[in-house]
Ligand binder design. Structure first.
Ligand SMILES: [Zn+2]
Length: 359
């Protein structure tokens, strides 16, 4: 039986020829833009699907808790307040292109037997006295409380089961986490086929064996924290252990996000991502230098017209002297307006000086 049938609905595999991201897509959707780079349409994979890794359905899904209406609001806030925003960076265009998407992540459960050693720290207060001088009362002794840590060595044995240790299923997991924040795992639900009605699913590109390198330190951190609690200590350091792992069980979990994009000055797509659980937005907010330059040119043109009019009035002033002064004032005004052409360029340049976050 094909692993694809396990998804409970008619699905296919599609790959982006530009960024190489691989997706699970509803079978009836034939033209889809890649919701990662937005630079190309996805190609349906028709051959060798069975040989592809990790095309099995996930066990768990973190549902979208950010509604479409809230996502629209976040998009409006994203597009708001950008001076000379690229024409395509507007709420309507961004909203019209929103694609719900799920990213994969591994969760690993397992039993650990280990001997461990560490230093555990206990807070204690010391009271000291400080002499202080104030204008009103002269010298006075003040009591000062200070918290210090007493460190004690500990060794022990540990036999525990750990649940839901997070491990990346994507090479870009760390970058994605930095962009979108860490997802809370307290609302996971079993996978149901209906999530595929509107959303695409990014397939993992990292095997559990590769992800283990990231999961092992998380096991150690969880164990260290438990040993601290068991010792009733406030701190723990130098936690070392020699663990033996057994009964590992890997679960695939999907995380929700909305993806959309706008085209920049060069016509390149700029992705805008919204965390489907927290509503956090990630994307490059850039001013359009082209639009700033265009505005500057209009100002220069207005200044030129004003100057020519002033010149004409000035020439007429040779016959009617009072007009000479009007022409002079007009000339100065034209110069001021002309200098103002620099403002749009400077504003756009200043806005774009902020570092651009990219994935
Ligand atoms: Zn792509």
């Amino acid at each position: 039986m094909s692993e694809l049938t396990g998804w409970g609905t008619d699905v296919g595999i599609a790959v982006c020829p530009h960024c190489d991201w691989r997706y699970l897509v509803p079978a009836e959707k034939t033209t889809l833009r890649c919701p990662h780079c937005f630079a190309a349409e996805l190609d349906l994979v028709t051959e060798g699907v069975e040989q592809l890794p990790y095309v099995r359905p996930p066990e768990l899904v973190t549902p979208f808790t950010v509604t479409k209406t809230t996502a629209d609001k976040r998009i409006e806030e994203f597009a708001d307040g950008i001076p000379f925003a690229p024409r395509d960076l507007n709420p309507d265009a961004l909203r019209g292109r929103v694609q719900p998407l799920y990213l994969p992540m591994w969760l690993v459960d397992g039993d650990v037997t280990a001997t461990w050693e560490a230093e555990v720290g206990f807070n204690y207060n010391v009271v000291s006295h400080q002499e202080r001088y104030s204008d009103g009362s002269g010298w006075a002794t003040q009591q000062v409380q200070e918290t210090r840590i007493r460190w004690e060595p500990r060794v022990g044995q540990l036999e525990r089961h750990y649940d839901n240790i997070v491990a990346p299923a994507l090479e870009q997991h760390a970058a994605m986490e930095q962009a979108l924040g860490v997802y809370a795992l307290d609302n996971t639900q079993p996978y149901v086929a209906s999530i595929l009605e509107s959303a695409l699913v990014r397939l993992p590109d990292r095997a559990p064996e590769a992800a283990w390198a990231d999961a092992a330190p998380a096991f150690q951190a969880a164990a260290g924290e438990e040993c601290r609690q068991a010792a009733g200590a406030d701190h723990i350091r130098q936690f070392r252990w020699s663990p033996t792992y057994t009964s590992q069980h890997w679960t695939l979990l999907l995380l929700p996000l909305y993806a959309t994009y706008y085209l920049d000055d060069e016509g390149q797509p700029r992705p805008v991502l919204i965390n489907g659980q927290s509503g956090r937005v990630f994307g490059a907010r850039r001013a359009s230098m082209q639009r700033a330059q265009h505005t500057a040119l209009i100002i220069v043109a207005v200044a030129a017209v004003l100057f020519l009019l002033s010149l004409a009035v000035g020439v007429a002033g040779l016959a009617v002297p009072p007009l000479l002064a009007v022409g002079g004032i007009g000339g100065v005004l034209a110069l001021c307006v002309g200098l103002g052409a620099i403002i749009p360029i400077v504003r756009a340049w200043q806005f774009n000086r902020k570092p651009v976050e990219t994935l």
